[in-house]
Every structure is written in C-alpha cells, then in structure tokens.
Design a protein around this ligand. Sequence first.
Ligand SMILES: [Zn+2]
Length: 245
Amino acid sequence: MFKIPIKVSLNYSPNFSTYRRKSKYIKYLIYHYTGMSSESKAIKRLTDESSNVSSHYFIKKNGSIILMVPEPYEAWHAGKSHWKKEKFLNKKSIGIEIANKGHQFGYENFSNLQIKSLIKLSKYLIKKYKIKKSNVLGHSDIAFKRKKDPGEKFPWEYLSKKNISIWHKINEKKLRKLRKKKISNFEKAQFFKFLYKIGYSPKIKGKLEKSKLIKSFQRRFRQKLINTLIDQECLLIAKTLSKIN
Ligand SMILES: [Zn+2]
C-alpha cells in the first residue's frame, strides 16, 4: 500500500519502546540535526544501547537514508517536549535525524542531497499518516529550553513551497522595513500570545527562558536575524502564523 519511494538501508537501534502504536496516533513529524563532530559518530550513538537515544530515520550527507526504528514503535528522539496540548511528543511522532555538526561543532548548510531525500521521505510520511502541515516541526520548537536543532540554516521556507510545513506569505521587502524596528510593551505581550497560539509552550520562567523562546522562533521563522530581540518583523510574522491552524 504505502511503499517508501526511496532506497532505505537498515541499521536498527535498540532504543525504542516495544509497544506498537496504531498509525492514527502518529501525528507529528520532528526534524533534528545530529549535532556531532562526525556522521559516523552520530550513527554509532543512535544505535548504541547505552545512549538511550534513537530516531526513526537518519539522513546522511550524501542523501542516503537509514531506517533505525520502524515507524510503529516509539523512537527516543525528542525527550521532554511540549507543543500545543501535547507533551512528550515521542509517543505521537516520527523523528528524522539529519547529519550536521550543529551549533556546537561547526554548523553547516544542509546538503542538497539531504534536502532532496528529506522532501521525498517527508511527503511519503505525511501522506501515509495524514500529518498536518502545522504538525511538521523542529526539535527546537518543542523543546526550546534545551535545543537549537535543526537551526536557522534549515530550509523551512523551501519545505513550505513543497507543501510540507507552514510559512507566512509576507514579502521580503515589507519584512526588511520592519526588521529591527522597536515594539511597545503591549506589542511584546501580544507577540508571546501569538507564539503560544502557534504552539510554543507558555511555561517559561525568567529572562533566560524567554530569550530562548524568542531565539527558537527566530531560528524557525525569521532566519535572517537571530538576535533575541523582538522587533516589528517578528511581531508581524508571529501574528500571521498564529492564524494558521
Ligand atoms: Zn534534536
């Protein structure tokens, strides 16, 4: 019935929950970068029993795909996470790890071959489980206090053009005029309300967590400037996205 449209090699991970999920419970697609100094180290870790982490799929730099945990089983990729009313998204998601050194070891562009494979794999999974575009997320969206992946080099806008994830349709010229423009305290409060409406967790304590949330939003939706400052551009983007379901 649903046959995967690309070649996939197998390298099973022992790290998964052994109960079988019904396909109707799979509602989210979560993207990660591996954030390790080498691709082979990342593969080793995700398949090593003592690491307690895994992912359903792994996309190598050359675009080839490894299946590590079969879809009916819960892989351990997201950890403590929160989106809308959902907590611990591992239960209801498919995790895809994309090889990239990440912010810690030298964040690099994702390769064209990786993105090509990612699009094919995502389209297949979205169709198979009827995943909503607004439920295709990055690790940093659902765990912004701890995570930065897949980061600001991840091509979210391009994926939205392929009908995979959400994006806004505000033109760049308009956005550029609003960039770095100050906002009032009232608008600041509005900005956070829009974020919670989009799905980000409202459970934030103190300044540091607040700035992590702002950065996470920027890495996802305002990739041209990651600076923890809320400006008119951020406000308009958040407002526009808050209306998308
Ligand atoms: Zn991750």
